[in-house]
Design a binder for this molecule. Structure first.
Ligand code: CDP
Length: 218
């Protein structure tokens, strides 16, 4: 495939990460999970003992090194794939991701990575902000209940017990914060194609996107 950039946005638990990873693998493209970057910045804040309920100074982001390569996220050179997936990180990430200083740095890194690559990038603001010239833009969505059920499965697989209703509340709160923030909110790009995966599994979602890339490629 010649140079191709695919932007995938959508709310929490819509399947962006797993679907994007598989699409990238099948099309021979790199995959960048931008949410993992914001999660890594959050993890570092927690490690520094920052209280995100009261903190207003996020300059610590200037001193950290974030890299995403070979499907893994690196914080100051340490692979933190597992550490960024805790509920503590998930419940604090929206506060970190709305800071201008954080977004400026992450979007700069993301644009730099994308500059000369064939890429699938997933996040919240990719289609209209990070890759406005992407060849194809997808907005992946699904009902709140199904998104929470998918996330419940992931969480239970790590041995943690949580009620579906509690998880639905957490996801809804995070979506609300991500959609209403001033800078780079969660938003569908005007030219994005919306794909509702409520009744689709990962394989069906992957196939639907690959079929759209073929149509775009002609
Ligand atoms: O995997 P999940 O859908 O739960 O979220 P994620 O993609 O790991 O993203 C975690 C958080 O990072 C989101 O809730 C947003 O607050 C933030 N984010 C963002 O602001 N902009 C992006 N491009 C990607 C993620």
């Amino acid at each position: 495939m010649s140079k191709f950039q695919l932007a995938i946005d959508g709310p929490a638990g819509a399947g962006k990460s797993s679907v994007s990873k598989e699409v990238a693998k099948r099309l021979g493209l790199d995959h960048i999970d931008t949410g993992a970057m914001y999660r890594a910045v959050t993890l570092q804040g927690l490690r520094l003992g920052i209280d995100f309920k009261t903190e207003t100074d996020f300059t610590y982001v200037e001193d950290i090194d974030i890299d995403y390569k070979n499907n893994s996220i690196y914080l100051n050179g340490e692979c933190v794939d597992k550490e960024i997936r805790t509920s503590l990180v998930a419940n604090n990430v929206s506060v970190v991701a709305k800071q201008k200083i954080v977004r400026d740095k992450m979007v700069f890194i993301q644009k730099q990575i994308a500059e000369n690559s064939n890429i699938v990038m997933d996040g919240r603001d990719i289609g209209y902000n990070v890759l406005p010239n992407a060849d194809l833009k997808i907005f992946l969505n699904a009902s709140l209940e199904i998104r929470a059920k998918r996330r419940l499965k992931d969480i239970q697989a790590t041995g943690i017990d949580i009620e579906l209703s509690e998880l639905m509340k957490q996801i809804q709160e995070r979506d609300e914060k991500d959609s209403t923030r001033k800078i780079n909110p969660l938003k569908k790009a005007e030219d994005a194609i919306e794909l509702d995966t409520t009744n689709m599994n990962v394989e069906q979602s992957v196939e639907a996107i690959i079929s759209l890339t073929r149509k775009r490629d002609r």
